[in-house]
Ligand binder design. Sequence first.
Ligand SMILES: [Zn+2]
Length: 379
Amino acid sequence: MEVLARADKLLKQHKLVEAIAEYTSTIHKLKTTGSQQVLSSAYNNRGQCHYLQVDFYKAIDDYTDSIKYNPDNTTALYNLAQPDLETVIKSFSKSLSSNFKEYSVKVVDCPDLTVSPWNLAQPGLCGAPSVADVGGVPNLIPTPKVEKQYNLDMVADSCGLPGCYVIGPSAVASKLLGKNAELVNNVKTGKDGVVKSMYTKIVDDEENVFECKKYPHNEFGLLGNLFLCRGLPGKVIHVTAKVRTGSLNFISCLNRGLAEDIPDPVAVGGTFLLTNGKAKLHVMPGFSSCPLNSDDDVNNWLRFFEMSGPLTHTSVFVSKDPGLDLRLEHSHCFSEHGEGGHYHYDTTPDTVCYEGYFNLADSIFRVDPPSETHMIGRD
Ligand SMILES: [Zn+2]
C-alpha cells in the first residue's frame, strides 16, 4: 500500500524503531482521513515490529486494533429456534442406541467443570449460550491467509457478549506461536479474564514429535468454532456412552440424531472426555509450502496419531447449516499427560468410554466468513 511504503521498507530492513515511528505517525493521519483497510494494515504491520522486538503485549494490542479496523470482520447473527430438551434427549438417545452398546442421556445441574480432568476456566456452560463460527477452513486451504488473526475479546464483543466465557477448537495465532498448531480455547474474556487454553503443535516436522502445552494468549488464527456463554452453573445435558458398535464417532452420533429428528438447525457446545481407550487425532504441521487442492492433499499434509485417554475435548456441533457456510462439527482435545489434537474417532471401540456435558445455543454468530469458500478439509 502506497501510504505505508516507507514504513514497510523500514520493516523489511529490520529497522524496527524507525519503522514503528513511521507506522505511528501514519496511524495518526489515517485515523482522521484514511481508509479503515489501510489503518488495519498499519496496525498489523506495527504489531509485527513489536513482535520482532519480542514485545508481545504491544504486538497483541496492535493486532487487536488491526482486527477492529478490518472491514472484512463482519458478524452475522442467526437466531435459533430452541427445541425442547425432551426432544433433544430423545434424538440423542435414539442415535446413541444404534452406535453404542451402553449409553445414558439426562438433564442435570452442571457440576463444577473447573476440576481435573475437565480443567475448564469457568464452572458451568450456562448463561446466554451461543455458537460463533469464525473465519473458516478456506483461510487455511489451499494456501494459508496468515493475516487472518482473531482476538477472543473482539469476538465476544462482536457477538454482544463482552466478558463472556469461550471454549472450542481453533488454529493458534501463528504470529504469536511462531508456527501453526491445534488450539483448545478455554478463556474467560474481559478485564477479569482467565486463560487456560492449551495447544498441540508439531515440534519437529521431520521427526513427527509433538507437544501439548499452555497457550497464554487471547488470539487465534484462521478459523474457530467457539461456544460462548457466561460460564455459569445451570441445567445441561449429560451424556455417557460405552463400547462403540456403529461407525460414527461420539459427536457425529449426537449430531446425526439432531439432524434426523429436528427440522430446524440446532447448535450445541460443550466438553467431553474420552475417559478410556484411544483416539485417532491429527495435529497440523508447519504451513504447507504447496497449495492443498483436495482432501487427499490435506490428509497427506496433516500428521495423524493414536493418543490415549483421558482426553478432554471442547466441541461445537451444528445439525444443519442455515446458509452461513458453517463447519458442522469440530472437536479439539488436550490432556494432563502431554497429548492432544483434533478429534476424528476412537480406535478402541470395545473399550471406549465417553462422558460429556453440553448446552444448546440460542444463536449462531458468523464472524468474518471467507469471501471464497469450498468444502475441502472440513472433517
Ligand atoms: Zn481442528
